[in-house]
Design a protein around this ligand. Structure first.
Ligand SMILES: *Cc1c(COP(=O)(O)O)cnc(C)c1O
Length: 386
């Protein structure tokens, strides 16, 4: 139950995102079977890609994940505050962050530069215990991570901080740029940079417990990238990380989120009636309009105007006219429906409803963004909680 929503009978909800935790656990099992010798880090950043961080993290641990992965230290600290155990890693370092809190909460932190190493050493001194640090190399993505030219200096300094009792280097890792495009030449290049970085770290005397580079596409399509640990995110939520090549079912994955709402209005209008702001849709003849009470404030992209698919009254329809902040309209043609009937925007797809991938195609984006942006005003309703 979301803080913005008073508890209410299911049949009286405006809208909801149903989160199928059984599907999430089965997806974790399917992914673990692809990388049987690697440890499993469930990536639950960004509120578990919009699915709800704490329930999804708990379900992933129940399904055998040993690690939880978060972007920010605040996310990792929130997981600990919710009582979640297991190993945890966060990776988006900013100056002055709550690093001492992370050290005290047994959260591994990621360091890509000498200045961050100095900050984590300070945090360890204040906490009066060594920090668990993972070092990140920029194997080619060009975001965080030490450049290969800076890496030997970083690993030497990290080894010295270990000798000084300030840190323990628990991991060495990198992130792919184009693993979602199987066969992309950058994949072999980045693996080679990573191999060299691992060797240099070991030559400097570091003994990282985990070496890792595989995100969802790496886990599913690149066995040579599994190393000691895999870090799938989107695939755990049942979304294919390589949608050009394969759907989730090809990997034995099932979408976890279903987004639905109850019609707020159903009415007859004459032909030639404009629909929603700007009148970008005009009824071609006398028809029935149904109002879906979800809009861009709920994460339904405005780019879905005139394009997003919705299952209403047993058929696939298309958003008529513009998506507004709180609502959009569908034209039911001659079909009947009643206020309170369900409209399904996306789900697993086996009930005739669209999928998040269908929405991504209709809106010119990726399914990651469709699920992650579902707003706080939409309550998450969990099925399969233990
Ligand atoms: C988000 C993220 C992942 C998971 O990526 P997916 O493509 O969703 O599997 C893994 N590692 C890092 C560093 C990330 O930021």
């Amino acid at each position: 139950m979301n803080a913005n929503e008073t508890p209410r009978a299911p049949e009286a909800r405006r809208a909801w995102a149903r989160i199928d935790l059984d599907a999430l656990r089965a997806n974790v099992a399917a992914l673990r079977a692809k990388a049987p010798t690697a440890a499993f880090m469930a990536v639950v950043k960004a509120d578990a890609y919009g699915h709800g961080m704490v329930p999804c993290a708990r379900a992933a641990l129940e399904a055998g994940a040993q690690w939880l992965g978060a972007a920010t230290p605040e996310e990792a600290l929130a997981l600990r505050a919710a009582g979640l155990g297991g190993r945890m890693l966060c990776w988006l370092w900013t100056p002055g962050g709550p690093w001492q809190d992370c050290v005290e909460a047994d959260i591994d932190v990621t360091v890509s530069a000498r200045w961050a190493l100095a900050e984590v050493a300070d945090a360890a001194r204040r906490a009066n215990r060594p920090a668990r640090v993972q070092l990140k190399i920029d194997a080619g993505l060009g975001r965080n991570g030490a450049q290969p030219a800076e890496w030997p200096d970083l690993v030497r300094a990290a080894r010295q901080a270990e000798r000084d009792g300030l840190i323990t280097v628990t991991g060495v890792w990198a992130h792919f740029s184009c693993a979602d495009e199987p066969g992309h030449p950058s994949i072999a290049r980045e693996l080679a940079v990573f191999r060299t970085a691992v060797a240099q770290a070991e030559d400097a005397g570091l003994e990282p417990e985990v070496r890792h580079i595989a995100n969802s596409p790496g886990t599913l399509t690149l066995p040579e990238a599994h190393y000691d640990l895999v870090r799938p995110g989107v695939a755990m939520y049942g979304i294919s990380p390589v949608p050009q090549t394969a759907g989730p079912e090809d990997f034995g994955l099932r979408p976890v989120m279903t987004l639905a709402a109850r019609l707020a209005s159903v009415k007859q209008v004459p032909g030639g009636h404009g629909v929603s702001y700007g009148h970008h849709y005009v009824t071609p003849g006398a028809t029935t309009l149904a109002l879906v009470p979800l809009g861009y404030a709920d994460g339904v992209p405005r780019h879905a105007s005139g394009a997003g698919p919705v299952l209403v009254a047993g058929k696939l329809r298309t958003v008529a006219g513009r998506v507004a902040m709180d609502q959009f309209v569908v034209d039911l043609g001659g079909d009947l429906a009643s206020p309170g009937d369900e409209a399904v925007l996306f789900g697993p797809g086996d009930g005739g409803e669209p999928t998040a991938e269908d929405w991504a195609r209709a809106c010119g984006t990726i399914a990651y963004e469709i699920v992650t942006r579902i707003g706080a005003r939409v309550p998450r309703v969990y099925a399969g909680a233990r």
